[in-house]
Design a protein. Structure first.
Lengths: 152, 144
């Protein structure tokens, strides 16, 4: 199990990759972000984006999925998040793009009242050309190592 | 249609009504945020949240749905650059009914003559008037 104590400032983790299909871009947008440049390939061609692009909230959802899977691989004791400092959608995400995530620990501090600690991290996803499409700085909570447990 | 010139710092908009269902919480979580407290009522009860709760990113998705339904049709926006200072303040649970209150905080001219950026603080509230999530969106507005 990876507890709060095990996160070190500067350490980075690969989150793996996900390829965005047109079908999933359309399905997400029709449910949550039905703007024509997300839901209608023809209207999108005529828009300032020149083609269908994914909702930024969809891109973030994919980043969350990759983060949850990485936590599972590391057996990290994650217990949610109080929020984010910032999120920037830097480039459009288009059907066929393969997004690869990477995260770096910026800061760690313990909770004063609960047996958890906080990790501030930057998470970035790049497309197959190596261009960053989204970057966030967010905070994740992890359980503390149970007292008495020896360091790994 | 409201263009960049037409929005003023201090403007307040209230809009939206989103009924949160257990089925949708679980469906979103299976696809994007498969943590036990988003997937399973019993696991939620045993967690620090005391019951099944929506993924915070799902609450964000519900927020943008309300924005697209109520604001986008009457505001000349062209997407957003992102957001700052997002806080997941309280859990969102099955049966909650969410609404949005948005306030214009700042207008940024920028370099492009055909558009500007507007910083809009939004508070998503439940049926008890409790803020469950807040954020400051950086929305791109077209000029007249």
């Amino acid at each position: 199990m990876k507890y709060w104590e095990d996160f070190k400032v500067g350490e980075s983790t690969d989150l793996g990759s996900h390829s965005m299909t047109e079908a999933e871009i359309l399905a997400f947008a029709r449910k949550y972000d039905p703007q024509p440049f997300h839901t209608d390939p023809e209207a999108a061609r005529r828009s300032i984006f020149g083609g269908l692009i994914a909702s930024g909230w969809h891109t973030c959802a994919v980043m969350m999925r990759l983060s949850v899977e990485a936590n599972r691989r590391e057996e990290a004791a994650a217990t949610g998040s109080p929020g984010l400092d910032s999120c920037r959608w830097l480039k459009p995400v288009r059907p066929g793009d393969t997004l690869t995530g990477r995260t770096e620990v910026l800061e760690t501090w313990p909770s004063k009242s609960k047996p958890i600690g906080f990790v501030r991290r930057r998470v970035e996803m790049v497309n197959q050309q190596g261009e960053a499409v989204v970057a966030i700085v967010g905070i994740t909570m992890y359980r503390r190592r149970p007292t008495g447990g020896a360091a790994a | 249609m409201k263009y960049f010139e037409d929005v003023a710092v201090g403007d307040i908009m209230r809009f939206g009504r989103y009924e949160v269902t257990k089925e949708e919480i679980v469906e979103y979580a299976r696809q994007f945020d498969p943590q036990p407290f988003h997937l399973d009522e019993e696991a939620g009860r045993q967690s620090m949240f005391g019951g099944l709760i929506a993924s915070g990113w799902h609450t964000g998705a519900m927020f943008i749905r309300m924005v697209v339904e109520h604001m986008t049709p009457v505001h000349a926006t062209a997407g957003a650059m992102g957001f700052d200072d997002l806080k997941w303040v309280k859990p969102v649970r099955p049966g909650d009914v969410l609404t949005v209150e948005s306030e214009v905080k700042e207008k940024v001219e920028g370099r492009r003559p055909d558009r500007g950026t507007v910083k809009i603080e939004s508070r998503i509230e439940n049926q008890r008037g409790e803020v469950v999530m807040s954020l400051v969106s950086l929305v791109i507005y077209l000029r007249r």
